[in-house]
Design a protein around this ligand. Structure first.
Ligand code: TTP
Ligand code: MN
Ligand code: MN
Ligand code: MN
Length: 441
């Protein structure tokens, strides 16, 4: 290191919610290594490993907040959250440019686990079983695995699509479609892209959209009707609508909403839709015409119904598809007729994926929040996951408050603290406002 760098050992606040953590920073060399250690611990997936995984992540997060590139161990002196193991790794990278332990971790097993757990619906337990069977490729899983989980069937079939990152233009395109339909159903709706894109990422694995309405109660029933409309347009491939399971006592009691937990009780839909290939070349273009063209397969019978509020819960009931011969010269009316009549041919997700098609499958999460919870929901669904962990732990330990995506509860005063803006969420916790793009922990 360079002793003359003029930089005194820096003191950073302990919690990530007290400091800015941006996508671009000075220490990728180190944070990449630490996040491989984190990922490996997560994939091994037992209790001891999961706390180690968090320790690696916290250390990485501290280095992302450093306002300069790390050049000597002495600069770490006053930093919290960097344990001995992390220090060894950092020192080795400082001396050799790389870390042997990190290199050796990225073995065959690790690579396969990463590939398999990147499949929608597949966790480390299933991935481990596949590796024990001797599988090492997606193709082997596609050919050898029969799943009762709709996510896995679709995740395997559309693995190539879903592992092609969603770009910003596609995200905006999807938001545009959802907004248009949602505003038709419920004028005055508030709709916001959250997740990685809101934090300034240019790519993501999905598009997260949070919705609410300023008039309390107006949002009830919106999601089922919205899905019905998207379904009628032939955009939806598969998905699952979860009803809201929220009640006020959860603000204080529920362990699902604890500092570690990322789960919430909002009504939400997690699914896969199709968008035109060409939309990322020209996102401003109106694709309402091509949307009927990409409706080459429409659902039959199953799916979004306002009454039973389920959408394609295919785990119990496999989805049926009726392929339509794409003929762009068909006028809309006969196209609609043909869709309505359909054919008796039903094709599986795998066959659908193999068709010559002008659309790509994209993962979408749609979340509906009541307005009085909205700004807490916005913080929670903006993330990132590590930021949520940190700000929830901070609330609990430093303030004696319980933070979740539903609200903030003061456990000493026994009252909830409402917020009418995201800034108020931070004010209620005596925190300086952290911008969404500063929450990339
Ligand atoms: P993700 O979409 O899983 O992650 P991301 O958007 O940060 O990253 P990517 O670009 O790869 O999509 O989740 C979005 C945020 O929502 C995440 O920061 C944590 C939060 N979240 C919840 O609060 N509850 C949930 O059930 C899930 C899945 C996520
Ligand atoms: Mn997975
Ligand atoms: Mn996301
Ligand atoms: Mn998501």
């Amino acid at each position: 290191g360079n002793e003359n760098s003029g930089r005194n050992p820096l003191i950073l606040p302990e919690y990530a919610c007290q400091r800015a953590t941006c996508l671009k920073h000075f220490n990728h060399k180190f944070t990449k290594a630490l996040e491989i250690l984190q990922k490996h611990a997560e994939l091994r997936d037992n209790e001891r490993d999961s706390s180690r995984a968090l320790a690696f992540r916290r250390a990485s997060c501290v280095l992302k907040s450093l306002p300069f590139p790390l050049t000597s161990m002495s600069q770490l002196k006053n930093l919290t959250n960097i344990g001995d193991h992390c220090k060894r790794v950092i020192q080795e990278i400082l001396e050799d440019g790389e870390c042997r332990e990190v290199n050796e971790l990225q073995d065959d097993w690790f690579q396969k686990m990463v590939v398999f757990t990147n499949i929608f619906g597949i966790g480390s337990a299933t991935a481990k079983k596949w590796i024990e069977k001797g599988w090492s490729t997606i193709k082997e899983a596609q050919e050898g695995y029969i799943s009762s989980d709709w996510r896995v069937r679709w995740g395997l079939a559309f693995h190539t699509d879903l592992n092609t990152p969603v770009n910003l233009q596609e995200a905006q395109y999807i938001q545009q479609i959802v907004r248009k339909e949602a505003e038709t159903i419920l004028p005055g709706i508030i709709l916001q892209i959250t997740g990685g894109f809101r934090r300034g990422k240019e790519e993501g694995h999905d598009v997260d959209i949070l919705m609410t309405h300023p008039e309390e109660g107006k949002e009830v029933g919106l999601l089922a009707r919205l899905l019905q409309r998207l379904q009628n347009k032939g955009i939806i491939l598969c998905g699952n609508l979860e009803k809201s399971t929220y009640s006020d006592e959860m603000l204080t009691l529920d362990s699902k909403l604890s500092a570690k937990g990322q789960l919430d009780h909002f009504e939400k839909w997690l699914g896969i839709i199709k968008i035109p290939h060409s939309c990322s070349e020209n996102p401003a273009m109106d694709y309402s015409g091509s949307l009927s063209i990409i409706s080459s397969c429409v659902h039959k019978g199953t799916g979004c119904s306002v009454d039973n509020s389920t959408c394609c819960t295919a785990s119990e009931q496999p989805l049926n598809y009726q392929p339509l011969n794409l003929d762009e010269s068909l006028d809309l009316e006969s196209k609609a007729k043909k869709q309505k009549l359909g054919t008796e041919n039903e094709i599986s997700p795998m066959e659908l994926a193999k068709l010559d098609r002008n659309w790509i499958a994209r993962r979408v999460d749609l979340i509906v929040s009541p307005y009085d919870q909205y700004f807490y929901a916005l913080v929670g669904w903006t993330g990132n996951k590590q930021f949520n962990r940190d700000i929830r732990t901070y609330a609990q330990r430093e303030l004696g408050m319980k933070l979740s995506s539903h609200g903030l509860y003061d456990l000493n005063k026994n009252c909830a603290l409402p917020a009418r803006s995201e800034k108020e969420v931070f004010q209620n916790m005596k925190l300086q406002y952290i911008e969404p793009w500063e929450r990339n922990c």
